[in-house]
Unconditional design. Sequence first.
Length: 307
Amino acid sequence: MQKILYITLILLSLSTVAFSQNDRLYTMFVFNKLQYNAAYAGSADALNVGAHYRHQWQGLDGAPRTITAFAHAPIAGGRSGIGLSLISDEIGIFQSTYTKLDYAYRISFKNGHKLSVGINAQVDFTRFDWSKADLIDNVDVAIPFGERSSSNFNIGTGLYYSGENFYVGASVPNLLRNTITSEAYSGFSDLNDLRAYYLMGGVIFKISQKVHFRPSLLVTYVKNAPKEVDFNLSFLFLESFWIGGSYRLNESADAFVQFPLTQQLKVAVGVDYALTELNSFTKGSFEVMVEYLFKYENEKVNNIRFF
């Protein structure tokens, strides 16, 4: 049974790895919008650094794992923002690393709203190790062996419009359709990056002095792929403690909590419950995220952020 599951996962990876370079999955996307939209860079109004770990489909051999380290900050008196992300992504026989740079130009309006226009550049390196595959037919000449690697460059863009109580954004993190495999892998060299389009939005409602309510939405569109929609509802208690849940359309039900260790250091934990047939083979997915928001001297920076 394990062999069958492993081979199934390999086949899934071959069909979905084309999306992985565009469509890394984060249940707690509300805390890590920089990975979806370059225009978010600098929106925290202070240097923001963090790390995000996701283990998907626990219990399956070769299941996806993603580690993300990021930092972003405003520059030029808040008129611009810059960001850097380092990402390690593993699924089956594929291991990828990404370095992503973000730049955002921010336009402020008299009503306090801001419009950010962002661009990003990304370099990725993907390694394929077929020695990890548990093969049924070891003499199939159509199956490649050994290790190969491939590297690519991509660019993207995004828009992010926000006010004190809302945000909306649209982005295309990867505009180029680069091949993700080496031509040394006969039969797989026609796999391409598929361009992913993201639409996000959220609003905050004040229920009482101690409770706020925040519905959020993330829509992902990839041509010829199933639509992906994440609905998120969360509550903020005492302006410091977040608790919420998400529904990923036809895929999973999720829950998460974020709590402060100090005023500036926050930890978040999230879990997924699969709503598909995978639920029979996996213990679910989980995420852990840590972020630290710096204060600048002689500047009034509000560390209580809704978005």
